[in-house]
Design a protein around this ligand. Structure first.
Ligand code: GDP
Length: 196
């Protein structure tokens, strides 16, 4: 898979530093601690490409990873960490909302949620910023290993039912970085988005 040849490209903190290229981007977003770094590392087969977060919410960077010439995986800053000062939250809002609403090269959004706490207000906020673009969203309900199969499937059904009404361009699946559950399903979506 092309994701196994992912290399670090650049980090940016301000919108006007975003790289200008004609490639395809797929962005990953999620609440702090939801398991985004672990998911990226699992999918790219790297131990620590996206460093597993040490101080949640502190680093407000957009990290770009390159997969081949013109395809990029974009690691968006985690959100929802309670102790972040107002000014940083504000910066996060501007960065994320503008990126999601205006980024031409952005093809789709992978939204990471802890299967035990899905669809929190800031997750909905992300969907509300991005859905008007009409682009694809794929939700990973991660840490599925923390629930019984039945509990996990119940949550999957509930989330799917909720999305059907409000966000029809949004798909969802169970995932676990620990057990590798759901990787094949995610890879099909990513390969499709990247045009592979
Ligand atoms: P991020 O802040 O969203 O990047 O989250 P991390 O990837 O740093 O993960 C937060 C915590 O959840 C860490 O302690 C991870 O080891 C743990 N974690 C992440 N994914 C999984 C998973 O699929 N299963 C389990 N059991 N723990 C996970």
């Amino acid at each position: 898979s092309i994701l196994q040849h992912t290399t670090f490209y650049t980090s940016v903190n301000r919108l006007h530093d975003l790289p200008s290229h004609a490639g395809i981007e797929v962005a990953f977003a999620g609440r702090s601690n939801a398991g985004k770094s672990s998911a990226i590392n699992t999918l790219t087969n790297r131990g620590r490409l996206a460093f597993v977060s040490k101080s949640p919410g502190r680093t407000q960077l957009i990290n770009f990873f390159q997969l081949g010439d013109d395809r990029f995986l974009v690691d968006l800053p985690g959100y929802g960490y309670a102790k972040v000062p107002f000014a940083i939250r504000r910066h996060w809002q501007d960065l994320l909302s503008t990126y999601l609403q205006t980024r031409k090269t952005l093809f789709g959004l992978v939204l990471i949620m802890d299967v035990r706490h899905p669809l929190k207000p800031l997750d909905i906020q992300m969907l509300d910023w991005f859905a008007p673009t009409g682009k694809s969203v794929h939700i990973l309900l991660t840490k599925a290993d923390k629930l019984s199969r039945q509990q996990a499937n119940n949550t999957l059904r509930e989330v799917r039912a909720y999305l059907l009404n409000s966000y029809p361009q949004c798909s969802v699946q169970l995932f676990s970085s620990l057990s590798a559950k759901g990787i094949d399903e995610t890879m099909i979506v990513l390969n499709n988005w990247f045009g592979i």
